[in-house]
Design a protein around this ligand. Structure first.
Ligand SMILES: Nc1nc2c(ncn2[C@@H]2O[C@H](COP(=O)(O)OP(=O)(O)OP(=O)(O)O)[C@@H](O)[C@H]2O)c(=O)[nH]1
Ligand SMILES: [Mg+2]
Length: 385
């Protein structure tokens, strides 16, 4: 067997040299990068390769009986087993395997860093801290809550600590009471990113107002933008025997609102836009300026990432929303990032929706409901069975 070291500019060039000098039966034994003298960047790649000059007939393939994995087979036997196969493929796979194990090591380290502060807490407060982190609340906020609770003398069980942490984690959330109506006409518009649940919320609220308050309602669709958007709302309105009309311009919207003075509620559905679509937002802003609704609901889904949620609140703030409707709680695996986003971008929440059923799956917002979605009861079972 011949073993030889190759220095080349990169792995590809190195492999070409090995192929040229040792032939395609060569195997790569090791490879490493050599840094430039100033430590910045890679100067060369060193590859050690071997070729079997004399056939090793005595070495056999491991049998199933020994149950030896290929990676555990001594190098020389491995070499023999691999004869006739593409050695470069094998070497590349080995490099990928090593990269994967480095990746999982890094992820383990980052996990231990994520929960590093749990070591300063004890017993139930450590568990509470872990629950808060698993709910995707930030490190700093989770630690603050857990340490505040551990400093209290009256908390003796995980259950008590969980109840208190629900309160502390959501005390910054602002709540807006639902609009009661009846004394004067209320015009409400629903705005928000594409697919957030605007039309569904609107029809849920319209039906609830009709059924519970016996209100006289008009639904206006200003969403000619979406294919099928008008038909979707029109058919839902007709099922609920609610008056419905479509408008295409701000002037049309203004005229209808001026004309329909005797309604209890007017609900306006708008087209969904990406918060990055400035011209779309400007269109909606122009329409809303014409009719000056009493209520502008910003509808956003709890399934968004914290950063998209924050960005959307800040972009839609150009429309001056009065409150937020948080939708799709049933689809969000955890809402810690949303709770954190609401800390940095405070806006009162008026309703929560947690399903597609019309009109059942909507409720007035409350800190209690949000905190249960953030830290569900199942946490108790998980930690203390
Ligand atoms: N699981 C779940 N689905 C919901 C909820 N609210 C709305 N949806 C669904 O989300 C989808 C989009 O809802 P829409 O009401 O059409 O959303 P939109 O914001 O009007 O969409 P655009 O007008 O296209 O911007 C529909 O399939 C709804 O049934 C909710 O609370 N939970
Ligand atoms: Mg819609």
């Amino acid at each position: 067997m011949r073993i030889k070291k190759f220095i080349s500019r990169n792995l590809k060039e190195g492999k070409a040299k090995i192929l040229q000098e040792l032939g395609e039966d060569a195997v790569i034994l090791s490879s490493r990068t050599i840094k430039k003298p100033d430590g910045e960047g890679i100067a060369a790649v060193e590859i050690v390769a071997a070729i079997d000059d004399s056939p090793l007939k005595s070495i056999k393939k491991p049998t199933k009986k020994t149950n030896q994995k290929l990676s555990e087979v001594p190098l020389v036997s491995k070499f023999a087993i691999e004869r006739g196969e593409n050695k470069f493929m094998r070497a590349t796979t080995q490099i990928y395997d090593e990269l994967n194990s480095i990746k999982s090591m890094v992820s383990e380290i980052s996990d231990s860093v994520k929960y590093i502060h749990s070591s300063v807490l004890n017993d139930i407060f450590k568990d509470i801290y872990l629950c808060l982190r698993k709910s995707e609340l930030s490190e700093e906020f989770s630690l603050k809550i857990a340490s505040t609770l551990s400093a209290r003398a009256n908390i003796n069980s995980f259950e008590e600590a969980l109840t208190e942490s629900r309160i502390l984690a959501t005390e910054h959330i602002l709540i807006k009471e639902p609009v009661k109506g009846k004394n004067k006409r209320v015009v409400s518009a629903f705005v928000g990113p594409t697919g957030s649940g605007k039309t569904t919320c609107l029809i849920k609220l319209a039906l609830v107002s009709k059924l519970l308050l016996k209100s006289d309602i008009l639904i206006i669709s200003a969403d000619s933008h979406k294919v099928g958007g008008v038909e979707q709302l029109q058919s839902l309105a007709s099922i609920g025997s609610i008056s419905y009309i479509t408008v295409n311009t701000g002037d049309e919207l203004k005229n209808i609102i001026e004309k329909e003075k005797n309604r209890d509620f007017i609900f306006i559905d708008t087209a969904g836009y990406s918060p990055l679509n400035n011209s779309g937002l400007e269109n909606t802003a122009m329409m809303l300026r014409e009719c000056e609704p009493e209520n502008i609901y910003l509808v956003q889904s709890a399934t968004m990432s914290g950063s998209s949620f924050s960005k959307s609140i800040s972009e839609f703030s150009a429309l001056n929303p009065d409150s937020l409707i948080l939708t799709k709680l049933d689809e969000a695996p955890s809402i810690g990032e949303i709770v954190m986003a609401l800390k940095d971008n405070p806006i009162p929440i008026s309703y929560l929706t947690n399903g597609q059923k019309i009109p059942e799956d909507i409720e007035p917002a409350s800190r209690k409901a949000i905190s249960k979605a953030l830290l569900p009861d199942e946490l108790f079972d998980k930690f203390y069975k």
